[in-house]
Ligand binder design. Structure first.
Ligand code: HEC
Length: 148
């Protein structure tokens, strides 16, 4: 009886491990792309906040560092949209991204250029986080992201 219950436990343990492995395999390439890009966008929001905070504490060196990071990170946007119509559950991306990909690329480039502009010495004085967010982030969201 003791050995039987032990083998039953082992069988259950194996079954659980296998189902966990299977559940992991079920993450599709589309879902992975979605995860990648939403983490990237959340990092953008963080960086924008850091730029605002650095300006608030008048720390230009930090401000330039965060602007540089944002400019570089913006070059990764396209990587998150390589799979056409990758719109898994929860995604707020619009199919228009792949229908007008050149425009989408241009919006990504606009963000890179805007962030790059703030890596110049003295540019921090002209930084307004609301304006930046509305123009350089919102400019793309208005066309390519479903409203929250
Ligand atoms: C080139 C287009 C583009 C630019 C530029 C852009 N975004 Fe987005 N953003 C999107 C799209 C598309 C989504 C929806 C992605 C999805 O749900 O699959 C998104 C989603 C988000 C999300 C939600 C992430 C989540 O957890 O669901 C945040 C936050 C965000 N963006 C912040 C920003 C900020 C801040 C900037 C500017 C610094 C920015 N974005 C610039 C296209 C863009």
């Amino acid at each position: 009886m003791k050995t039987l219950s032990r083998s039953v436990l082992i069988t259950i343990a194996i079954a659980l491990t296998m189902s966990a492995a299977l559940a992991q395999k079920q993450v599709t390439p589309e879902e992975r792309a979605y995860k990648f890009r939403t983490s990237l966008f959340q990092t953008f929001a963080w960086k924008l906040g850091q730029m605002a905070g650095s300006k608030g504490s008048n720390n230009e060196a930090a401000f330039i560092k965060h602007a540089t990071d944002l400019a570089q990170l913006s070059s990764l946007i396209e990587e998150g949209f390589q799979i056409e119509n990758s719109l898994p559950e929860g995604s707020k991306a619009k199919p228009e991204i792949w229908q007008d990909y050149e425009k989408f690329q241009a919006r990504a480039q606009d963000l890179g250029d805007a962030a790059m502009g703030f890596t110049e010495s003295g540019a921090m004085a002209n930084f307004d986080p609301r304006e930046f967010g509305s123009k350089s982030c919102g400019g793309c969201h208005r066309d390519f992201k479903i409203k929250d």
